[in-house]
Design a protein around this ligand. Structure first.
Ligand code: AHR
Ligand code: AHR
Length: 480
C-alpha cells in the first residue's frame, strides 16, 4: 500500500504523485523519474525494484558512471500526466539557458528507503521544476490536500522552496492564486515560533503560518532530517500539519479560517504545480524533496495520519557516500554555485580557471578539465591532482591562486599541491582545504580559482557565496 491508496480510500484521491525514491501506490510499477547525463546528453528512466517498491537506483548509478546526471522529469504516478520538468522563466528568470531554472544534480541527495539506496531532489538556489498545464489539480476555491517529505536540515530564507499549487503563467497573479507548501526560515512574510525553519503556506504575496499574516505562535520551528509537511485548503478553511517522517505522528500547527488579510477568501487557485520555486519563479531558495502528492478534496486528519504511518514504515535513512577520491582515478571538478553549475576546473597552459564544459566541447577542453587523483605529495591522507594531458604537472596554489606547474620536487611545491577533502560547505560534493593554509579552500571567483578564506582582505575571500564557491561536485573525468 502507498500513500495514494490511503488517500483514495479516504475519498480524496491523489491527482499528482511525485517521488524519486519510491512508488506512492502499491501497484505502481512505472518510471519514477528521468535523468540526463552530461557525457552525451542521453536520457534514461529510473523505475522501481518491484511494484509499490523503492527506486531502482542501480539504473542511475550505471547510466551516470563516469559522468554527471541531472533529473530532467519527475513523473506523476497518478496517471494524470502531471509530470514536473525544468521550470520556465516567469516573473523572475532562472540561471539556465533562455531563463529556465537549473535542473537538480541526480546524485546530490542520496538516502536509503527501506534499506535501498535512492536519490532525492536537491534544490540548490536557481533550481526549479514546474507543470503549467495540469489535469485534475484544484482551481478556484476548490478543496485540495498535499504533503511532501523534505530534508528539515537544508533550507534558507530565500523565496521560496515550495511544493504545490501555483499560477499557470509563472507570474504573480495576486493574493490567493497559489496554495503550496513552503519550508524554510524566511521571515519576509509570516513566521512562527523560534528561529525557524517553519512549514508555511505560500498563498501568493505571502507565506502564512496561521491566521495572522505575520507571527503565529502555533507554528513551531521544525528540523527533522526527514520532515513530513502537510497543507490542505477548502472554502474559508485550511490547515498546516507536520511531523518526523522517520517516526511518530503528525501534529496540527494551524486549523482554522483563511488568513486575516484580503484576497485569500475565496481562493483563486490556478492549478499549476511547482517544486523548489515561488509562484512567480522566484529562484533564491534551497531545499531537498523526496516525495510529495496533491489530492482532490480536503483529506481528513485520520487519512493523513494513516499516510504518516505509511511514510514512517517506508523507513527513510541517511547514507554515507563513498569517497570519489581514489588514487589513479581521473576526475573532473564541477562548480556547484547556482551561476556556474556547468563550469569545471580547467587549465590552459599553466593558467587555471573554470570553464563551461559540455558533451560537445572539444577534446582539448575536456582533457584540460580532467585530472588524475594522486596521493597527496605532502601528506598521503590528502590528495594531489595531476593534469590528464600534461604529465608531471599538478594543480597548486601560488600567491593563493591556482596554477598548473610541473612538480619541481621541492617541499613547498608538494605542500602547495596537496589538498584535503571534506564534505562540501554548502551540502553538495566536497570542499578542498589547502594542506599548508588549512583555513583556505579551493574556490572559484569571477571564474578564476584561488585558495580562499571565508571573509578576508582579498576580493576572492568574500564571504558572499563562499560556501557555494568552495563546494565541488566530483565527477568521472570528461577525458577518462
Ligand atoms: O508568496 C510568496 C511569493 O511571493 C510567491 O511564491 C511569489 O510568487 C511571490 O514573489
Ligand atoms: O566564480 C564565479 C563567481 O564570481 C562566484 O560565484 C562569485 O563569488 C564571484 O562573483
Amino acid at each position: 500500500t502507498g500513500p495514494c491508496d490511503i488517500y483514495a480510500t479516504g475519498g480524496t484521491p491523489c491527482v499528482a504523485a511525485h517521488s524519486t525514491t519510491r512508488a506512492l501506490y502499491g501497484a505502481f510499477s512505472g518510471s519514477l523519474y528521468q535523468v540526463r547525463r552530461a557525457s552525451d546528453n542521453a536520457t534514461t528512466n529510473v523505475g522501481v525494484l518491484a511494484a509499490g517498491g523503492a527506486a531502482n537506483s542501480a539504473t542511475q548509478d550505471t547510466f551516470c558512471a563516469g559522468t554527471s546526471c541531472v533529473i530532467t522529469v519527475i513523473y506523476d504516478q497518478s496517471g494524470r500526466g502531471n509530470h514536473l520538468t525544468q521550470a520556465p522563466p516567469g516573473g523572475f528568470s532562472g540561471p539556465s539557458t533562455n531563463g529556465y531554472d537549473n535542473l537538480a544534480d541526480a546524485n546530490a541527495a542520496p538516502v536509503t528507503v527501506g534499506g535501498h539506496r535512492a536519490y532525492g531532489v536537491l534544490v540548490a538556489p536557481g533550481t526549479g521544476y514546474r507543470n503549467n498545464s495540469t489535469n485534475g489539480i484544484a482551481t478556484g476555491d476548490a478543496a485540495e490536500g498535499m504533503y511532501a517529505i523534505f530534508d528539515g536540515t537544508r533550507y534558507n530564507g530565500g523565496c521560496c522552496f515550495d511544493y504545490g499549487n501555483a499560477e499557470t503563467n509563472s507570474l504573480d497573479n495576486g493574493n490567493g492564486t497559489m496554495e503550496a507548501l513552503y519550508f524554510g526560515n524566511s521571515k519576509g512574510w509570516g513566521y512562527g515560533a523560534g528561529s525557524g525553519p517553519w512549514i508555511m503556506a505560500d498563498l501568493e504575496n505571502g507565506l502564512f503560518s496561521g491566521y495572522d499574516p505575520g507571527y503565529n505562535a502555533g507554528d513551531p520551528t521544525i528540523t527533522h532530517r526527514f520532515l513530513t509537511a502537510v497543507l490542505k485548503g477548502e472554502p474559508n478553511h485550511w490547515s498546516i500539519r507536520g511531523g518526523n517522517a522517520q517516526s511518530g505522528s503528525l501534529s496540527t500547527f494551524y486549523n482554522g479560517t483563511r488568513p486575516n488579510k484580503s484576497g485569500y477568501n475565496p481562493m483563486k487557485k490556478e492549478g499549476a504545480i511547482i517544486l523548489g520555486i515561488g509562484g512567480d519563479n522566484s529562484v533564491s531558495a534551497q531545499g531537498t524533496f523526496y516525495e510529495g502528492v496533491m489530492t482532490s478534496g480536503y483529506p481528513t486528519d485520520a487519512t493523513e495520519n494513516s499516510v504518516q504511518a505509511n511514510i514512517t514504515a517506508a523507513a527513510y535513512a541517511t547514507t554515507t557516500t563513498a569517497s570519489p577520491f581514489v588514487a589513479g582515478r581521473a576526475i573532473s571538478l564541477r562548480a556547484t554555485t547556482g551561476c556556474c553549475v556547468t563550469r569545471y576546473i580547467t587549465h590552459s597552459g599553466t593558467s587555471v580557471n573554470t570553464t563551461a564544459i559540455t558533451a560537445s566541447s572539444s577534446a582539448t577542453d575536456k582533457a584540460n578539465a580532467s585530472f588524475y587523483v594522486r596521493a597527496g605529495l605532502a601528506n598521503s591522507s590528502c590528495y594531489s591532482f595531476e593534469s590528464r594531458n600534461t604529465a608531471g604537472s599538478y594543480l597548486r596554489h601560488y600567491n593563493y591562486q591556482l596554477v598548473l606547474n610541473a612538480n619541481d620536487s621541492t617541499s613547498i611545491f608538494a605542500a602547495d599541491a596537496t589538498f584535503c577533502p571534506s564534505a562540501g560547505k554548502n551540502g553538495q560534493g566536497f570542499s578542498l582545504a589547502s594542506s599548508n593554509y588549512s583555513t583556505r579552500f579551493v574556490r572559484h571567483y569571477n571564474n578564476a580559482v584561488y585558495i580562499a578564506s571565508n571573509g578576508g582582505t582579498n576580493a576572492y575571500d568574500s564571504a558572499t557565496l563562499w560556501s557555494d564557491d568552495v563546494s565541488w561536485a566530483v565527477q568521472g573525468a570528461w577525458t577518462p
